[in-house]
Design a protein around this ligand. Structure first.
Ligand code: SAM
Ligand code: SF4
Length: 467
Protein backbone atom coordinates (compact mmCIF):
# COMPACT_ATOMS: atom_id res chain seq x y z
CA UNK A 1 0.00 0.00 0.00
CA UNK A 2 1.35 3.45 -0.86
CA UNK A 3 1.92 6.00 1.94
CA UNK A 4 0.77 9.62 2.01
CA UNK A 5 1.81 11.82 -0.88
CA UNK A 6 4.55 14.30 -0.07
CA UNK A 7 4.40 18.02 -0.71
CA UNK A 8 7.34 20.40 -0.85
CA UNK A 9 6.51 24.12 -0.95
CA UNK A 10 9.29 26.61 -1.59
CA UNK A 11 8.42 30.21 -0.79
CA UNK A 12 10.07 33.27 -2.31
CA UNK A 13 9.60 36.91 -1.34
CA UNK A 14 7.37 38.39 1.31
CA UNK A 15 5.71 37.11 4.49
CA UNK A 16 2.43 36.99 2.63
CA UNK A 17 3.87 34.19 0.53
CA UNK A 18 4.99 32.34 3.69
CA UNK A 19 1.42 32.55 4.98
CA UNK A 20 -0.03 31.49 1.61
CA UNK A 21 2.35 28.54 1.46
CA UNK A 22 1.05 27.33 4.81
CA UNK A 23 -2.54 27.73 3.70
CA UNK A 24 -1.87 25.80 0.47
CA UNK A 25 -0.35 22.97 2.52
CA UNK A 26 -3.36 23.08 4.89
CA UNK A 27 -5.75 22.88 1.92
CA UNK A 28 -3.90 19.89 0.47
CA UNK A 29 -3.65 18.01 3.80
CA UNK A 30 -7.20 16.58 3.54
CA UNK A 31 -6.20 15.33 0.05
CA UNK A 32 -3.55 13.15 1.70
CA UNK A 33 -0.50 15.38 1.25
CA UNK A 34 2.04 15.70 4.06
CA UNK A 35 4.70 18.39 3.97
CA UNK A 36 8.36 17.57 3.49
CA UNK A 37 11.48 19.74 3.64
CA UNK A 38 13.25 17.34 1.28
CA UNK A 39 12.44 18.16 -2.37
CA UNK A 40 13.87 14.81 -3.61
CA UNK A 41 11.13 12.83 -1.90
CA UNK A 42 8.25 15.08 -2.98
CA UNK A 43 5.32 13.98 -5.17
CA UNK A 44 4.28 17.60 -5.59
CA UNK A 45 6.55 20.65 -5.64
CA UNK A 46 4.96 24.10 -5.40
CA UNK A 47 7.12 27.16 -6.09
CA UNK A 48 5.41 30.13 -4.46
CA UNK A 49 6.95 32.99 -6.39
CA UNK A 50 7.62 36.72 -6.08
CA UNK A 51 7.39 39.27 -8.91
CA UNK A 52 8.32 42.43 -7.02
CA UNK A 53 11.75 42.83 -8.69
CA UNK A 54 13.14 41.31 -11.87
CA UNK A 55 15.77 39.32 -9.95
CA UNK A 56 13.08 37.72 -7.78
CA UNK A 57 11.06 36.73 -10.87
CA UNK A 58 14.09 35.28 -12.68
CA UNK A 59 14.84 33.03 -9.69
CA UNK A 60 11.76 31.02 -10.60
CA UNK A 61 13.19 29.94 -13.93
CA UNK A 62 16.53 28.88 -12.45
CA UNK A 63 14.68 27.00 -9.70
CA UNK A 64 12.57 25.28 -12.37
CA UNK A 65 15.81 24.00 -13.93
CA UNK A 66 16.57 22.20 -10.63
CA UNK A 67 13.00 20.93 -10.38
CA UNK A 68 13.29 19.45 -13.89
CA UNK A 69 16.17 17.28 -12.66
CA UNK A 70 14.06 16.15 -9.70
CA UNK A 71 11.21 15.29 -12.04
CA UNK A 72 13.53 13.21 -14.21
CA UNK A 73 14.98 11.43 -11.17
CA UNK A 74 11.45 10.65 -9.91
CA UNK A 75 10.46 9.33 -13.35
CA UNK A 76 13.49 7.03 -13.30
CA UNK A 77 12.17 5.61 -10.01
CA UNK A 78 8.74 5.12 -11.62
CA UNK A 79 7.15 8.07 -9.74
CA UNK A 80 5.37 11.10 -11.17
CA UNK A 81 6.46 14.41 -9.67
CA UNK A 82 3.86 17.12 -10.22
CA UNK A 83 5.15 20.71 -10.44
CA UNK A 84 3.07 23.80 -9.69
CA UNK A 85 4.03 27.47 -9.90
CA UNK A 86 2.02 29.74 -7.61
CA UNK A 87 2.36 33.35 -6.41
CA UNK A 88 2.80 36.65 -8.20
CA UNK A 89 5.00 35.41 -11.09
CA UNK A 90 2.29 32.84 -11.81
CA UNK A 91 -0.28 35.66 -11.85
CA UNK A 92 1.81 37.98 -14.04
CA UNK A 93 3.46 35.52 -16.43
CA UNK A 94 1.13 32.50 -16.39
CA UNK A 95 1.15 31.40 -20.02
CA UNK A 96 4.80 32.47 -20.46
CA UNK A 97 5.74 30.01 -17.69
CA UNK A 98 3.91 27.17 -19.43
CA UNK A 99 5.67 28.12 -22.68
CA UNK A 100 9.19 28.46 -21.20
CA UNK A 101 9.06 25.57 -18.74
CA UNK A 102 7.57 22.29 -20.01
CA UNK A 103 8.29 20.80 -16.56
CA UNK A 104 5.37 22.78 -15.09
CA UNK A 105 2.01 20.98 -14.76
CA UNK A 106 0.01 23.73 -13.09
CA UNK A 107 0.16 27.53 -12.82
CA UNK A 108 -2.05 29.00 -10.10
CA UNK A 109 -2.47 32.67 -9.15
CA UNK A 110 -2.77 33.86 -5.52
CA UNK A 111 -6.55 34.27 -5.66
CA UNK A 112 -7.19 30.64 -6.66
CA UNK A 113 -5.36 28.65 -3.97
CA UNK A 114 -8.62 27.31 -2.55
CA UNK A 115 -9.17 25.57 -5.91
CA UNK A 116 -5.88 23.64 -5.67
CA UNK A 117 -7.34 20.15 -5.08
CA UNK A 118 -9.52 20.36 -8.22
CA UNK A 119 -6.79 22.00 -10.28
CA UNK A 120 -4.29 19.29 -9.33
CA UNK A 121 -6.73 16.56 -10.29
CA UNK A 122 -7.07 18.18 -13.72
CA UNK A 123 -3.31 18.69 -14.01
CA UNK A 124 -2.95 14.89 -13.88
CA UNK A 125 -4.08 14.75 -17.51
CA UNK A 126 -3.50 18.25 -18.97
CA UNK A 127 -1.40 21.34 -18.23
CA UNK A 128 -3.54 23.80 -16.26
CA UNK A 129 -3.51 27.60 -15.87
CA UNK A 130 -5.73 29.41 -13.32
CA UNK A 131 -4.94 33.09 -12.83
CA UNK A 132 -8.50 34.32 -12.43
CA UNK A 133 -9.75 36.65 -9.75
CA UNK A 134 -12.71 34.44 -8.74
CA UNK A 135 -15.89 35.94 -7.32
CA UNK A 136 -15.84 33.65 -4.28
CA UNK A 137 -13.61 34.61 -1.31
CA UNK A 138 -10.71 32.16 -1.18
CA UNK A 139 -10.39 32.60 2.58
CA UNK A 140 -13.82 30.97 2.98
CA UNK A 141 -12.54 27.83 1.28
CA UNK A 142 -8.92 27.48 2.39
CA UNK A 143 -8.61 24.76 5.02
CA UNK A 144 -7.50 25.67 8.55
CA UNK A 145 -4.31 24.06 9.91
CA UNK A 146 -4.54 21.29 12.51
CA UNK A 147 -3.02 21.70 16.01
CA UNK A 148 0.04 19.63 15.10
CA UNK A 149 0.70 21.73 12.00
CA UNK A 150 0.40 24.94 13.99
CA UNK A 151 2.78 23.60 16.63
CA UNK A 152 5.30 22.51 14.02
CA UNK A 153 5.34 26.04 12.59
CA UNK A 154 6.32 27.63 15.88
CA UNK A 155 5.11 30.10 18.48
CA UNK A 156 5.07 33.13 16.21
CA UNK A 157 2.58 33.18 13.32
CA UNK A 158 1.50 35.40 10.44
CA UNK A 159 -2.15 36.05 9.72
CA UNK A 160 -3.23 37.75 6.51
CA UNK A 161 -5.89 40.35 7.28
CA UNK A 162 -5.80 42.40 4.10
CA UNK A 163 -4.74 41.61 0.57
CA UNK A 164 -4.14 43.57 -2.62
CA UNK A 165 -3.58 47.29 -2.94
CA UNK A 166 -5.33 50.30 -4.44
CA UNK A 167 -2.46 52.76 -4.03
CA UNK A 168 -0.71 52.22 -7.36
CA UNK A 169 2.76 53.46 -6.50
CA UNK A 170 4.30 53.97 -9.93
CA UNK A 171 7.07 51.36 -9.41
CA UNK A 172 4.97 48.54 -7.95
CA UNK A 173 3.36 45.42 -9.45
CA UNK A 174 1.31 44.49 -6.38
CA UNK A 175 -1.96 46.14 -7.50
CA UNK A 176 -1.71 44.12 -10.72
CA UNK A 177 -0.62 40.76 -9.29
CA UNK A 178 -2.65 40.74 -6.06
CA UNK A 179 -5.54 42.81 -7.33
CA UNK A 180 -7.79 45.32 -5.59
CA UNK A 181 -7.61 45.68 -1.86
CA UNK A 182 -9.83 43.42 0.23
CA UNK A 183 -10.01 43.13 4.03
CA UNK A 184 -11.07 39.96 5.84
CA UNK A 185 -13.97 40.20 8.32
CA UNK A 186 -13.00 40.72 11.96
CA UNK A 187 -14.71 37.60 13.28
CA UNK A 188 -12.86 35.30 10.86
CA UNK A 189 -9.54 36.79 11.89
CA UNK A 190 -10.41 36.47 15.58
CA UNK A 191 -11.36 32.81 15.08
CA UNK A 192 -8.07 32.15 13.29
CA UNK A 193 -6.03 33.85 16.01
CA UNK A 194 -7.93 31.96 18.75
CA UNK A 195 -7.15 28.71 16.99
CA UNK A 196 -3.46 29.62 16.79
CA UNK A 197 -3.36 30.69 20.44
CA UNK A 198 -5.05 27.46 21.49
CA UNK A 199 -2.22 25.51 19.84
CA UNK A 200 0.48 27.52 21.64
CA UNK A 201 1.13 30.54 19.40
CA UNK A 202 2.17 33.57 21.50
CA UNK A 203 2.89 36.17 18.86
CA UNK A 204 0.81 37.12 15.82
CA UNK A 205 1.91 39.42 13.01
CA UNK A 206 -1.02 40.76 11.00
CA UNK A 207 0.04 41.01 7.39
CA UNK A 208 -1.19 42.71 4.27
CA UNK A 209 0.33 44.51 1.30
CA UNK A 210 -1.06 47.70 2.79
CA UNK A 211 -2.11 46.42 6.19
CA UNK A 212 -3.03 49.71 7.82
CA UNK A 213 -5.63 50.33 5.10
CA UNK A 214 -7.51 47.45 6.81
CA UNK A 215 -11.26 48.07 6.88
CA UNK A 216 -12.79 44.62 7.43
CA UNK A 217 -16.37 44.17 8.47
CA UNK A 218 -16.83 44.01 12.23
CA UNK A 219 -19.47 42.07 14.18
CA UNK A 220 -21.51 45.31 14.15
CA UNK A 221 -21.54 45.07 10.32
CA UNK A 222 -19.48 48.28 10.08
CA UNK A 223 -15.91 48.55 8.78
CA UNK A 224 -13.34 48.29 11.57
CA UNK A 225 -9.96 49.99 11.51
CA UNK A 226 -6.71 48.14 12.06
CA UNK A 227 -6.54 49.74 15.51
CA UNK A 228 -9.97 48.35 16.45
CA UNK A 229 -8.89 44.91 15.21
CA UNK A 230 -5.69 45.07 17.27
CA UNK A 231 -7.65 46.00 20.41
CA UNK A 232 -9.93 43.01 19.83
CA UNK A 233 -7.04 40.60 19.26
CA UNK A 234 -5.24 41.85 22.36
CA UNK A 235 -8.06 40.16 24.32
CA UNK A 236 -7.39 36.70 22.87
CA UNK A 237 -6.10 34.54 25.73
CA UNK A 238 -2.52 33.38 25.21
CA UNK A 239 -1.54 36.03 22.65
CA UNK A 240 1.19 38.08 24.27
CA UNK A 241 2.54 39.98 21.31
CA UNK A 242 0.97 41.65 18.28
CA UNK A 243 2.69 43.18 15.27
CA UNK A 244 1.51 44.34 11.86
CA UNK A 245 3.21 44.89 8.51
CA UNK A 246 3.48 46.49 5.92
CA UNK A 247 2.06 49.96 6.36
CA UNK A 248 1.72 52.93 4.06
CA UNK A 249 2.48 56.26 5.78
CA UNK A 250 -0.74 57.78 4.40
CA UNK A 251 -2.83 55.11 6.12
CA UNK A 252 -1.44 55.63 9.66
CA UNK A 253 -4.55 57.12 11.27
CA UNK A 254 -4.83 58.62 14.76
CA UNK A 255 -6.46 55.48 16.18
CA UNK A 256 -3.50 53.37 15.07
CA UNK A 257 -1.02 55.82 16.56
CA UNK A 258 -3.02 55.73 19.81
CA UNK A 259 -2.97 51.91 19.76
CA UNK A 260 0.83 52.13 20.05
CA UNK A 261 0.30 54.10 23.26
CA UNK A 262 -2.56 52.02 24.68
CA UNK A 263 -1.74 48.42 23.82
CA UNK A 264 1.16 46.97 25.78
CA UNK A 265 1.10 43.84 23.64
CA UNK A 266 1.57 45.84 20.42
CA UNK A 267 5.33 45.61 19.95
CA UNK A 268 7.18 48.93 19.81
CA UNK A 269 8.56 48.29 16.35
CA UNK A 270 7.05 49.79 13.23
CA UNK A 271 7.96 49.03 9.62
CA UNK A 272 7.03 52.21 7.80
CA UNK A 273 8.37 52.27 4.22
CA UNK A 274 9.45 55.68 2.97
CA UNK A 275 11.10 54.67 -0.37
CA UNK A 276 12.86 58.03 -0.91
CA UNK A 277 13.83 61.14 1.05
CA UNK A 278 13.26 63.44 -1.95
CA UNK A 279 9.88 65.12 -2.42
CA UNK A 280 10.38 65.20 -6.18
CA UNK A 281 10.91 61.42 -6.29
CA UNK A 282 8.12 60.72 -3.80
CA UNK A 283 5.75 62.60 -6.13
CA UNK A 284 7.01 60.66 -9.17
CA UNK A 285 6.49 57.46 -7.19
CA UNK A 286 2.88 58.49 -6.54
CA UNK A 287 3.41 58.01 -2.79
CA UNK A 288 1.15 60.99 -2.02
CA UNK A 289 3.09 62.26 0.97
CA UNK A 290 6.10 64.46 1.42
CA UNK A 291 9.27 64.07 3.44
CA UNK A 292 7.88 66.57 5.98
CA UNK A 293 4.61 64.57 6.30
CA UNK A 294 6.65 61.46 7.05
CA UNK A 295 8.85 63.16 9.65
CA UNK A 296 5.77 64.59 11.32
CA UNK A 297 4.19 61.13 11.41
CA UNK A 298 7.35 59.62 12.92
CA UNK A 299 7.31 62.31 15.62
CA UNK A 300 3.66 61.57 16.45
CA UNK A 301 4.15 57.80 16.70
CA UNK A 302 7.24 58.32 18.83
CA UNK A 303 5.34 60.68 21.10
CA UNK A 304 2.69 57.97 21.55
CA UNK A 305 5.29 55.27 22.22
CA UNK A 306 8.68 56.73 23.17
CA UNK A 307 10.49 53.36 23.07
CA UNK A 308 9.31 52.73 19.49
CA UNK A 309 11.92 51.77 16.89
CA UNK A 310 11.40 52.12 13.16
CA UNK A 311 12.40 50.29 10.04
CA UNK A 312 11.75 51.14 6.41
CA UNK A 313 12.12 50.25 2.74
CA UNK A 314 14.07 52.38 0.27
CA UNK A 315 14.43 52.26 -3.48
CA UNK A 316 17.55 53.79 -5.07
CA UNK A 317 17.88 54.75 -8.72
CA UNK A 318 14.20 55.38 -9.31
CA UNK A 319 13.80 56.98 -12.79
CA UNK A 320 15.06 60.56 -12.72
CA UNK A 321 16.75 60.26 -9.30
CA UNK A 322 19.64 62.76 -9.16
CA UNK A 323 22.60 62.76 -6.77
CA UNK A 324 20.79 65.48 -4.83
CA UNK A 325 17.63 63.36 -4.52
CA UNK A 326 19.71 60.43 -3.39
CA UNK A 327 21.48 62.56 -0.76
CA UNK A 328 18.07 63.54 0.58
CA UNK A 329 17.43 59.81 1.16
CA UNK A 330 20.74 59.40 2.99
CA UNK A 331 19.89 62.50 5.03
CA UNK A 332 16.52 61.21 6.20
CA UNK A 333 17.97 57.81 7.12
CA UNK A 334 20.38 59.64 9.40
CA UNK A 335 17.66 61.95 10.76
CA UNK A 336 15.13 59.23 11.59
CA UNK A 337 17.75 56.85 12.99
CA UNK A 338 16.21 53.58 11.81
CA UNK A 339 16.84 50.37 13.73
CA UNK A 340 17.06 48.64 10.35
CA UNK A 341 15.90 49.02 6.76
CA UNK A 342 15.64 47.17 3.47
CA UNK A 343 17.02 48.87 0.39
CA UNK A 344 16.68 47.91 -3.24
CA UNK A 345 17.86 49.03 -6.65
CA UNK A 346 14.86 50.18 -8.66
CA UNK A 347 13.76 47.36 -10.94
CA UNK A 348 11.48 48.28 -13.87
CA UNK A 349 8.36 46.13 -13.78
CA UNK A 350 6.44 45.54 -16.99
CA UNK A 351 3.16 47.42 -17.11
CA UNK A 352 3.96 49.87 -14.29
CA UNK A 353 4.19 53.62 -15.11
CA UNK A 354 7.79 54.01 -13.88
CA UNK A 355 9.04 51.34 -16.28
CA UNK A 356 8.34 53.78 -19.15
CA UNK A 357 10.24 56.69 -17.52
CA UNK A 358 13.86 57.73 -18.18
CA UNK A 359 16.02 55.13 -16.37
CA UNK A 360 19.08 55.58 -14.16
CA UNK A 361 22.11 53.48 -15.18
CA UNK A 362 22.84 50.18 -13.42
CA UNK A 363 26.27 51.44 -12.30
CA UNK A 364 24.79 54.47 -10.58
CA UNK A 365 22.10 52.31 -8.93
CA UNK A 366 24.70 49.84 -7.67
CA UNK A 367 26.94 52.58 -6.33
CA UNK A 368 24.03 54.34 -4.55
CA UNK A 369 22.81 51.07 -3.08
CA UNK A 370 26.25 50.41 -1.56
CA UNK A 371 26.38 53.90 -0.08
CA UNK A 372 22.87 53.68 1.37
CA UNK A 373 23.41 50.21 2.79
CA UNK A 374 26.58 51.38 4.53
CA UNK A 375 24.59 54.08 6.34
CA UNK A 376 21.75 51.68 7.20
CA UNK A 377 24.20 49.07 8.51
CA UNK A 378 26.00 51.64 10.66
CA UNK A 379 22.68 52.79 12.11
CA UNK A 380 21.58 49.21 12.77
CA UNK A 381 24.88 48.37 14.46
CA UNK A 382 24.44 51.46 16.62
CA UNK A 383 20.91 50.43 17.58
CA UNK A 384 22.01 46.88 18.41
CA UNK A 385 25.05 48.04 20.39
CA UNK A 386 22.81 50.30 22.47
CA UNK A 387 20.97 47.17 23.67
CA UNK A 388 24.07 45.76 25.37
CA UNK A 389 23.66 45.90 29.16
CA UNK A 390 19.88 46.22 28.92
CA UNK A 391 17.38 43.55 29.92
CA UNK A 392 14.78 42.90 27.24
CA UNK A 393 11.81 40.52 27.01
CA UNK A 394 12.54 37.74 24.55
CA UNK A 395 9.99 35.33 23.09
CA UNK A 396 11.93 32.07 22.87
CA UNK A 397 11.08 30.44 19.54
CA UNK A 398 13.33 27.46 18.82
CA UNK A 399 16.60 25.67 19.47
CA UNK A 400 19.73 27.52 18.40
CA UNK A 401 22.71 26.11 16.52
CA UNK A 402 24.79 25.47 19.64
CA UNK A 403 23.93 22.81 22.20
CA UNK A 404 21.70 24.18 24.96
CA UNK A 405 21.04 27.40 23.09
CA UNK A 406 17.64 28.83 22.24
CA UNK A 407 16.85 31.62 19.78
CA UNK A 408 14.12 34.15 20.31
CA UNK A 409 13.12 37.64 19.32
CA UNK A 410 13.31 40.91 21.20
CA UNK A 411 10.41 43.38 20.97
CA UNK A 412 12.42 44.98 18.14
CA UNK A 413 12.52 41.71 16.15
CA UNK A 414 16.25 41.24 16.80
CA UNK A 415 17.18 37.55 17.00
CA UNK A 416 18.54 36.87 20.51
CA UNK A 417 20.64 33.80 21.33
CA UNK A 418 20.58 32.60 24.91
CA UNK A 419 21.50 29.45 26.86
CA UNK A 420 18.17 28.16 28.19
CA UNK A 421 16.27 24.88 28.58
CA UNK A 422 14.09 23.77 25.65
CA UNK A 423 11.12 23.72 28.04
CA UNK A 424 11.15 27.52 27.78
CA UNK A 425 10.24 27.55 24.07
CA UNK A 426 7.10 29.66 23.85
CA UNK A 427 7.93 31.61 26.99
CA UNK A 428 8.69 35.32 27.13
CA UNK A 429 11.67 35.74 29.40
CA UNK A 430 13.84 38.65 30.49
CA UNK A 431 17.29 38.42 28.91
CA UNK A 432 20.24 40.64 29.74
CA UNK A 433 22.05 41.47 26.49
CA UNK A 434 25.79 40.87 26.74
CA UNK A 435 26.93 41.18 23.14
CA UNK A 436 25.68 42.56 19.82
CA UNK A 437 26.67 40.83 16.58
CA UNK A 438 25.90 42.06 13.06
CA UNK A 439 22.58 40.30 12.84
CA UNK A 440 21.81 39.00 16.30
CA UNK A 441 22.18 39.72 19.97
CA UNK A 442 23.56 37.40 22.64
CA UNK A 443 22.44 37.41 26.23
CA UNK A 444 21.94 35.66 29.55
CA UNK A 445 18.66 34.72 31.15
CA UNK A 446 18.01 37.24 33.90
CA UNK A 447 18.96 35.67 37.30
CA UNK A 448 15.37 35.08 38.42
CA UNK A 449 14.83 32.84 35.40
CA UNK A 450 17.80 30.53 35.85
CA UNK A 451 16.84 28.36 38.80
CA UNK A 452 13.80 26.09 38.95
CA UNK A 453 12.14 27.81 36.01
CA UNK A 454 8.98 26.25 34.67
CA UNK A 455 7.29 26.92 31.39
CA UNK A 456 4.11 27.95 33.13
CA UNK A 457 5.86 30.53 35.27
CA UNK A 458 7.79 31.92 32.35
CA UNK A 459 4.78 32.08 30.11
CA UNK A 460 3.22 34.98 31.98
CA UNK A 461 1.50 37.02 29.30
CA UNK A 462 2.99 40.41 28.61
CA UNK A 463 -0.30 41.50 27.08
CA UNK A 464 -1.98 44.43 28.67
CA UNK A 465 -5.06 44.74 26.55
CA UNK A 466 -5.59 48.46 26.57
CA UNK A 467 -8.80 50.38 26.36
N1 SAM B 1 3.17 48.14 0.65
C1 SAM B 1 4.46 48.45 1.00
C2 SAM B 1 4.67 49.97 0.91
O1 SAM B 1 3.76 50.71 0.72
O2 SAM B 1 5.78 50.41 1.00
C3 SAM B 1 5.49 47.74 0.17
C4 SAM B 1 5.29 46.36 -0.25
S1 SAM B 1 6.49 45.80 -1.43
C5 SAM B 1 5.99 44.15 -1.47
C6 SAM B 1 8.01 45.74 -0.53
C7 SAM B 1 9.07 46.69 -1.00
O3 SAM B 1 9.60 46.30 -2.25
C8 SAM B 1 8.62 48.11 -1.24
O4 SAM B 1 8.49 48.82 -0.06
C9 SAM B 1 9.69 48.66 -2.12
O5 SAM B 1 10.74 49.22 -1.38
C10 SAM B 1 10.20 47.42 -2.85
N2 SAM B 1 9.81 47.45 -4.26
C11 SAM B 1 8.57 47.38 -4.77
N3 SAM B 1 8.62 47.49 -6.12
C12 SAM B 1 9.93 47.65 -6.45
C13 SAM B 1 10.61 47.84 -7.68
N4 SAM B 1 9.97 47.90 -8.84
N5 SAM B 1 11.95 47.94 -7.64
C14 SAM B 1 12.63 47.89 -6.48
N6 SAM B 1 12.03 47.73 -5.29
C15 SAM B 1 10.69 47.61 -5.28
FE1 SF4 C 1 2.98 48.55 -3.83
FE2 SF4 C 1 2.90 49.22 -1.25
FE3 SF4 C 1 2.55 51.09 -3.11
FE4 SF4 C 1 0.66 49.25 -2.72
S1 SF4 C 1 1.34 50.83 -1.24
S2 SF4 C 1 1.41 49.96 -4.67
S3 SF4 C 1 1.91 47.47 -2.22
S4 SF4 C 1 4.43 49.88 -2.71
Amino acid sequence: MSGPRKLHVKSFGCQMNVYDSHRMADTLAPEGFVETDVPDEADLVILNTCHIREKAAEKVYSELGRVRQLKEAAANEGRRLMVAVAGCVAQAEGSEILRRAPVVDLVVGPQSYHRLPGLLARAGSERVLDTEFPVEDKFDFLAAPGREQIRARGVSAFVTVQEGCDRFCSFCVVPYTRGAEISRPVEKIVAEVERLADAGVREVTLIGQNVNAYHGEGPDVRPWTLAALLHRLARVAGIARLRYTTSHPRDMDESLIAAHRDLGCLMPYLHLPLQSGSDRILAAMNRRHTRADYLDLVARVRAARPDLALSSDFIVGFPGETEEDFRATIGIVEDVGYAGAFSFKYSPRPGTPAAAMEQVSEDVKAQRLRRLQAVIDRRQAHFNAACVGKTVDVLLEKRGRRHGQLVGRSPYLQPVQVIAPASLIGAIVPVTITEAGTNSLFGDLAPSMRVGETRAAAARPLATAGA
